[in-house]
Design a protein around this ligand. Structure first.
Ligand code: C2O
Ligand code: CU
Length: 426
């Protein structure tokens, strides 16, 4: 196992190297730091001195052993987003563990059954701590990874700065009732900043922004989208502009055909997020873009549990009975009873109906699910599903991981103000 040396690239900043980590045990230490993000020096929170925290890289089948050493003046917890870990390693306050108090430690340990692109982030006051920088990439390499010249992490992040260029943490209730706390600076942080024409790249694109949806348009590459939310696609997709809601990932394998630019074209925007400079030429690979080997998943059959989850609240929506701005099935925040209480290996189907005027991205812990298309066919495996305003979508999964698992909107201002529920598997 290795933790790569990482270089942070932003549009305006020179590269900033974070210390390399090694050995079979990793320590993640969240602290208050002053660091360079999107070309500015800002007081942030960082794991091991950087925003993002170090890329963590393991091989499929390894056991992750990671110590959280809380250097904050506040509680800390780490959630391993998308990894199917044992419940007590999931990093969720109260539901799976007690918060780690300042100066204390917690040892996470879990086996890595799935290969793919995942990420880690604070799950304590996550709205605040993630927006301030407590996140990083978590890569599990295949036992026999596809041949590429460079394997690059790309993290899409936005920052809200005030008129003086300082981190804006003022409380604006209007933000909480709409699309959330969108930053006014957008950037892509890449683990590498130059390539050669003809290089074959694997881009592992992650959206750790707290509330922002991107539509990522890439130029200078010819290839395919090979995985979503860590899980390989049975049939790789064309490299078209892709929607990435908070917490979602996609893997691209593609050949460099020119200078590589990453742009956000969501909702009429056209903003450069980051780029890769081309420094030379090599003869391109003639091998076809590979399909990644699947992770071991049980295919859901007829559901044992069928339920409906109605997303409610926010500006302009009909009233609901919850106490917060947002609610799920008329409850704001975790209800006293789980949405589903399943026995291990039972299949669930949830019809999610977005009755609000805004998009939401619903994330289930501990499992991946299939999105169902409108004709009821199994779509791709995901751990987070994006629903446009007014949209309804069903998801289905075999619940084979015992424990209490959160299901919440990963727009963290919505989660903080009501959009969270849970289910149990026993
Ligand atoms: Cu990525 Cu409950 O979180
Ligand atoms: Cu939401």
């Amino acid at each position: 196992m290795k933790v790569n040396r990482r270089q942070a690239l932003s549009l305006l900043a020179a590269c900033l190297a974070t210390p390399a980590l090694g050995g079979s045990r990793i320590t993640l230490r969240p602290e208050e730091i002053v660091t360079q993000v999107a070309g500015r020096r800002l007081p942030m929170l960082g794991f091991n001195g950087g925003v993002p925290g170090p890329d963590i890289r393991y091989r499929q089948g390894d056991t992750a052993q990671i110590r959280l050493d809380n250097g904050l003046n506040d509680g800390a917890l780490v959630h391993w987003h998308g990894l199917r870990v044992p419940n007590r390693m999931d990093g969720v306050n109260v539901l799976t563990q007690d918060v780690v108090i300042p100066g204390e430690r917690f040892d996470y340990r879990f086996d890595l059954a799935d290969a793919g692109t995942y990420w880690y982030h604070s799950h304590y006051l996550s709205y605040e701590q993630v927006s301030r920088g407590l996140f990083g990439a978590f890569i599990v390499e295949e036992r026999d990874p596809p041949a590429v010249d460079h394997d690059i992490t790309v993290q899409l992040f936005d920052l809200l700065l005030d008129a003086d260029g300082q981190f804006d943490d003022s409380f604006d209730p209007a933000r909480f009732a709409t699309e959330g706390r969108l930053g006014n600076i957008k950037t892509a942080i890449l683990s590498r900043n130059s390539v050669q024409q003809g290089d074959r790249l694997r881009l592992r694109i992650i959206n750790p922004s707290i509330d922002r949806i991107y539509r990522l348009s890439v130029t200078g590459l010819a290839g395919k989208i090979v995985a979503l939310d860590g899980m390989p696609l049975e049939v790789p997709q064309a490299l078209a502009p892709m929607a990435l809601a908070p917490s979602q990932r996609c893997d691209v394998i593609a050949d460099v055909t020119g200078p590589v630019a990453l742009r956000d074209t969501y909702d009429g925007a056209n903003d450069l997020l980051g780029h890769l400079t081309v420094t030379g030429t090599r003869s391109p690979s003639t091998a076809p873009i590979p399909t990644l080997p699947p992770n071991r998943m049980t295919r859901p059959g007829t559901p044992d549990h069928t339920t409906r989850l109605v997303l409610q609240g926010g500006a302009g929506a009909p009233a609901h009975r919850g106490t917060g701005t947002w609610a799920l099935n008329d409850v704001s925040g975790l209800p006293s009873r789980p949405l589903i209480a399943a026995k291990r290996s039972q299949t669930m189907r949830i019809e999610i109906e977005n009755r609000t005027g805004f998009p939401h991205v619903m994330h289930l812990h501990g499992h991946h699910f299939h999105e169902l298309d409108t004709s009821g066919d199994l779509g791709p495996l995901r751990d987070s599903t994006l629903l446009a305003a007014g949209e309804t979508r069903a998801i289905t999964a075999v619940l084979d991981n015992p424990g209490a698992w959160m299901l919440h909107c990963h727009m963290l201002s919505h989660q903080a103000d009501g959009m969270a529920t849970w289910l149990t598997v026993s």
